[in-house]
Design a protein around this ligand. Structure first.
Ligand code: SAH
Length: 346
């Protein structure tokens, strides 16, 4: 019999499973604490649970773990990039970054991605599978264990489209919120390329998550040329969903805009963005594009000029600081390179 992944259980699911085994409810609370506060990796470490019940638990359930396949440490700014091997041999990336306000961890939500954004390395080889809630939590737990640093905030900006793995992501958020991280979901940013129907569903849940929208172009024509999702949900629909999210959660939206030479970095593009944003209370994050070898998109030379045009028009726009420049690998690039290395060399 295959054992069930106990780390992916919400508090309520765990209570129900333990009750079904004929144990009192305080046992479920103890087990939840071992898993998500003390973060043990095996039932044998749960010292206040009887040996007999631990034995029963390990027959029914397993505690998943991740292996560090690669660890790149920046010599400049304490950024650490991890390539984690999942229990089935697949791999995903997480990046630990140090800011003035604390440590931030960028995590992955899927193995590969279906979204097809033209400039993104994560999507080139397509989508393999969704991550389980446990596999998202473990990126945090393992990074804290390995680095000895506490993760203060999380960005879901690694490999994958979080809203394309909606149910598992929501369960992950709920466990994070009720677990030991002591983390308000205000300190979590979920980044999406714009899966509009799921933005409405996320708003309804009122989890307080900060929403980041990968915008990258401000007209349907330009956006559809680099982001296929725009053919499904156009800009007008997307902006409406953002307004709804802001209205129902009170959380200000952050728009990501990666500047690509000759594609979206001209004065005209800036003016289109100014027009699209209008008087919305939001933040615009400008990112010099990370060049990837599979595509010929180039970094823009006009980042400051673009920013100035936006701020002169009264928009709140900042340029994202580059961290870990010496271990720089665009989103999904480490996994791609590693997959290539794993192939037999003949
Ligand atoms: N699927 C989600 C989250 C993962 S990508 C999303 O689309 O938001 C995280 C961010 O990195 C997104 O804003 C994405 O558009 C951006 N990105 C992907 N490849 C990039 C590259 N080569 N250079 C700069 N930003 C990139």
């Amino acid at each position: 019999m295959e054992q069930t992944d106990i780390l992916s259980f919400s508090k309520d699911e765990l209570s129900a499973a333990i009750a079904e085994m004929g144990e009192k409810s305080f046992r479920a609370k103890q087990i939840y604490e071992w898993l998500h506060i003390k973060k043990v990796t095996d039932f044998s470490q749960m010292s206040n649970i009887s040996a007999q019940f631990r034995e029963e638990l390990s027959r029914k359930f397993c505690v998943k773990s991740l292996k560090i396949k690669k660890r790149l440490v920046s010599g400049i700014d304490n950024t650490v990039k991890y390539l984690y091997e999942l229990p089935d041999g697949q791999a995903v990336e997480s990046v630990l970054m140090e800011y003035k306000h604390g440590n931030s961890l960028c995590i992955s939500s899927q193995v590969g991605c279906k979204m097809g954004c033209r400039f993104c390395a994560s999507t080139i080889a397509g989508w393999v599978r969704n991550l389980e809630p446990s596999e998202m939590l473990l990126q945090i737990y393992e990074t804290e264990r390995d680095s000895g640093r506490h993760v203060d905030s999380i960005v879901m900006m690694g490999i994958g489209e979080p809203l394309d793995n909606f149910d598992n992501v929501v369960k992950f958020l709920e466990i994070l919120n009720s677990g030991g991280e002591g983390m308000s979901l205000r300190h979590l940013s979920l980044s999406t390329c714009g899966v509009v129907d799921k933005i409405y569903r996320l708003a309804e849940l009122k989890l307080g998550v900060t929403l980041s929208i990968s915008l990258h172009a401000a007209t349907d024509e330009k956006r559809s040329a680099i982001m296929p999702i725009n053919n499904r949900f156009g800009l007008q629909e997307l902006m409406k969903a953002c307004d709804d999210y802001f209205k129902s959660t009170g959380r200000r939206i952050s728009f990501e805009y990666s500047l690509i030479e000759g594609v979206n970095d001209t004065d005209d593009s800036a003016d289109e963005l100014i027009k699209l944003i209008g008087r919305r209370n939001c933040h615009i994050n400008l990112i010099p594009i990370n060049e990837i070898k599979e595509r010929d998109f180039k970094k823009s030379r006009f980042v400051e000029r673009f920013q100035k045009r936006l701020t002169d028009a009264g928009l709140n726009a900042t340029v994202r600081r580059t961290l870990g420049a010496d271990i720089n690998a665009a989103c999904g690039q480490l996994r791609r390179d590693s997959a290539a290395e794993d192939k037999p060399a003949y």
